[in-house]
Every structure is written in structure tokens, then in C-alpha cells.
Design a protein around this ligand. Structure first.
Ligand code: HEC
Length: 267
């Protein structure tokens, strides 16, 4: 009888754990509303979600439209992308795959590497594993922190990756923005007050074709997509996990029934 009671405690504990997790998660959901300021760009989150198929599809479309001109995804085939993201082959060929390429081929940029080096001083890296090599949050911050810098050959600079050789190719969408700094006074090592310039916020000087919210969605979708490409198994693994948990729950129930059956005879 004692053992029975102890077993009954387990579901109760699980319920309490779920409630605590829910309550702990709630403030985070609320906090997402007041977006962090520009100065806090290092805390911006990509909030990737491999199960959000619509977002991944938009990310694939935007990658083909805005990034493939320079960047490849050399470890993924078009056909695999179509399968994983539920994009029919006819649509792949019509909208995403560059002319001359086939669904069986890898996702390769038409840009010739030697040309790219000549133009940008650096070949654009393959982005297949970029979300794993860096971090999705970093990619999100990178794409959102380009700003005008006349001192650079590209006319642009980047907060997350200072002196990046990549031109600000998102400015037609996001708009052109400049970085505004403010002066703060801090106490130096020898006790003297020193003035320091710190980044305060971005100021849009020429609007792009998207609202801030639309551009945010655009960036989120792209990073979500690159995060999927970095580990294409993720989507299947996540849905498999649900089945594994369901199986374990079912199995626990069967085991409990069995145990009850056996203990009947012992008593
Ligand atoms: C006109 C060519 C061009 C286009 C278009 C382009 N990039 Fe780049 N990108 C570059 C170059 C050049 C670099 C190398 C920068 C460096 O190492 O200084 C780069 C680097 C990167 C990096 C690596 C940053 C790092 O920390 O090393 C990422 C991520 C990236 N690009 C994402 C994108 C995405 C996403 C798009 C599409 C929205 C895109 N790029 C479109 C040229 C381009």
C-alpha cells in the first residue's frame, strides 16, 4: 500500500513541475513585448523555431532572392530543401533554383569566387554551417546592425562584425541608418574622469521598402532558415521527440498495469 502511494506522487510532481515551468515562462513572454533598445543589440534574440514551416519557407525564398547571389549552401541539395520544407519541385524550379541548375544539385551561388574576392576583398563564406559556427542570435544581430559609414569602401559598417566586407544589401528593405553615439564620463584607472563615446541608437536617414516590423520578420525568417540548414535533421528530430514521449507515457501506463497485476498475487 505504501509503495502504491509513492507511485501516485509521481504524476502529481510532474504536474507541479509543468506548472512551475509555465509560470516561469510567462514573464519571458510578457517581456518580449517591450523590445530591447538599439544599444542592447547584443541581447537581441533570433527566436528560431524549426517547426514553423511557413517561416522556413519564407526564409528559403528570401535566401534565394537576397543572399544566393553571393553565398552558397554547399552541403544541401535543392531537392532535400524541397522535401524538408514542403516546397513542391515545380515551385522550387519556378521560383528558387537559378536557371541552369537542377533539383538534384547543391545550392551553389552563381558568383565566381575569384570575382568575389576582387570585388569585396574577401570571398563570401558558405553559409551551410554558419548558424552552428556562430550562433543564430549572432546572425540576427549581424543582419540588423548594418549602418552607413562613408569611411568604408562598401559605404557600410556593422556593429556585430566591425569592418565586415559584406555590403549592406538589406538597406533597400530596412532603409539606410546611421549610428548615433553619446558621450559618457567614466573614471579611468588613475582616478581621472575620461570621456568616452558609446553607441546609443540607430537613426533611419532614408526609409526602405519594409516597416521595422516587416524587416524584423524578414530577418527572423532568414535566420530561422539558416538555422535549419545548419542541421536539417532538426525538424524531423523535434517531431520524433513528441512520439518518443508519447510512447514512454504509454509504456509507463502498461508497466503500471503489469505491476498492479503482479502485486495482486503477492498479497
Ligand atoms: C553582394 C554580395 C553579398 C550578398 C548579396 C550577401 N552577402 Fe553575406 N557576405 C558577403 C561577404 C563579402 C562576406 C564576408 C565578410 C567578411 O568576412 O568580412 C559576407 C559574410 C556574411 C556572413 C558571415 C559573417 C561573419 O561573422 O563571418 C553572413 C552570416 C552573411 N554574410 C549573411 C548573409 C545573408 C543572410 C545574406 C542575404 C540576406 C547575405 N549575406 C547577402 C557578401 C554578400
Amino acid at each position: 500500500m505504501r509503495i502504491r502511494a509513492r507511485y501516485r506522487v509521481v504524476p502529481a510532481l510532474l504536474l507541479v513541475a509543468a506548472l512551475v515551468a509555465g509560470v516561469a515562462g510567462a514573464p519571458r513572454a510578457l517581456a518580449a513585448d517591450d523590445a530591447p533598445s538599439d544599444a542592447d543589440w547584443q541581447s537581441w534574440k533570433a527566436n528560431t523555431n524549426v517547426t514553423d514551416m511557413a517561416s522556413l519557407q519564407r526564409g528559403a525564398r528570401d535566401f534565394a532572392g537576397y543572399c544566393l547571389g553571393c553565398h552558397s549552401l554547399k552541403f544541401e541539395r535543392w531537392s532535400r530543401l524541397g522535401q524538408d520544407l514542403d516546397i513542391p519541385e515545380a515551385l522550387l524550379v519556378k521560383d528558387l533554383i537559378p536557371p541552369g541548375e537542377t533539383p538534384a544539385g547543391y545550392i551553389i551561388s552563381p558568383m565566381v569566387e575569384s570575382d568575389a574576392e576582387k570585388w569585396f576583398g574577401k570571398a563570401p563564406p558558405d553559409l551551410s554551417l554558419m548558424a552552428r559556427a556562430r550562433d543564430p542570435d549572432y546572425l540576427y544581430q549581424y543582419l540588423k546592425t548594418f549602418y552607413v559609414d562613408p569611411a568604408r569602401a562598401t559605404g557600410a559598417n556593422n556593429m556585430a562584425f566591425p569592418q565586415s566586407a559584406m555590403p549592406d544589401i538589406v538597406s533597400p528593405l530596412e532603409g539606410l541608418k546611421i549610428a548615433v553615439y553619446k558621450t559618457i564620463e567614466t573614471r579611468g584607472p588613475d582616478g581621472q574622469m575620461v570621456k568616452e563615446q558609446v553607441f546609443d541608437h540607430f537613426k533611419v536617414i532614408a526609409p526602405g521598402s519594409m516597416t521595422a516590423q516587416q524587416f524584423d520578420q524578414f530577418t527572423h525568417d532568414l535566420v530561422n532558415f539558416l538555422n535549419y540548414v545548419g542541421d536539417p535533421q532538426q525538424a524531423t528530430r523535434t517531431s520524433m521527440g513528441v512520439w518518443v514521449i508519447l510512447f514512454l507515457l504509454l509504456f509507463t501506463w502498461v508497466a503500471w498495469l503489469l505491476k498492479r497485476e503482479f502485486w495482486k498475487d503477492v498479497k
